[in-house]
Design a protein. Structure first.
Ligand SMILES: [Zn+2]
Length: 225
């Protein structure tokens, strides 16, 4: 009974662990957030650069208009001409500043773009790995659940045996088998006496609700897979 109980607990804990594992990966979540953040920064920098370029272009237009006006001879007053000239100079200085900032943004965009692509490719790889791992977890959960159900039946049946006069026989089997009344079936071999179990018996174990005993040593066989 003790062997069944400890195996039962082991499988129950394993199922709980797997159920938690398939819920999601915090590592993957962190990667997604990182890629999102870089993507936002990239977009923000790109739009800043475009704004700077637009501003610079409209300033160029204003400079051109002012220069046309300066050359047209419309203005005769030297003070007015001087004011217009210094306004042109100030606009040009501002434009140079805009252009410098625009170039800085362009360099940043290139660098962010490269980082973004690298991180995104890494994320895609990780997503794939996670999907594979999740599939493996889910397959194992199915398998463990079948074992769990089988063990639940085994416990009930052994409890029946223990509650009846067969207890003596069970105890006898335990004593005779060095305290082990149950054995795990591993790769079609009885885990206790290492006898190969016939395929017909294996199929019965897999597809029936009945408990089966090792044909050689008589221990109750627990199917581990
Ligand atoms: Zn055996």
């Amino acid at each position: 009974m003790h062997e069944i109980d400890s195996l039962y607990d082991k499988i129950r804990r394993r199922i709980l662990l797997l159920n938690r594992a398939v819920e999601g990966s915090t590592e993957l979540e962190a990667l997604r957030e990182e890629v999102d953040a870089i993507g936002e920064e990239l977009q923000g920098t790109r739009s800043e650069q475009q704004d700077l370029e637009l501003e610079s272009r409209s300033l160029t237009e204003k400079i051109r208009e002012s220069e046309t006006s300066l050359m047209s001879g419309e203005l005769q007053n030297p003070r007015e001409l001087e004011a217009l000239q210094s306004s042109i100079d100030a606009m040009k200085e501002h434009r140079t500043d805009l252009e410098n900032r625009s170039v800085e943004r362009l360099v940043m965009v290139d660098s962010l773009q490269a980082t973004f692509e690298k991180k995104q490719a890494n994320l895609v790889d990780n997503e794939q790995q996670w999907t594979d791992r999740k599939t493996a977890f889910e397959t194992e959960i199915d398998k463990r659940k079948r074992e769990y159900i089988y063990l639940k039946k085994a416990r009930a049946q052994v409890a029946d045996v223990l509650s009846e006069e067969n207890l003596e026989m069970y105890e006898h089997l335990r004593r005779r088998k060095n305290g082990v009344a149950v054995a795990l079936l591993e790769d079609e071999i009885c885990g206790a006496c290492h006898t190969q179990v016939a395929v017909g018996i294996l199929n019965k174990i897999r597809y029936s609700d009945d408990l089966l005993s090792c044909p050689s040593c008589g221990r109750i066989l627990l199917n581990e897979g």
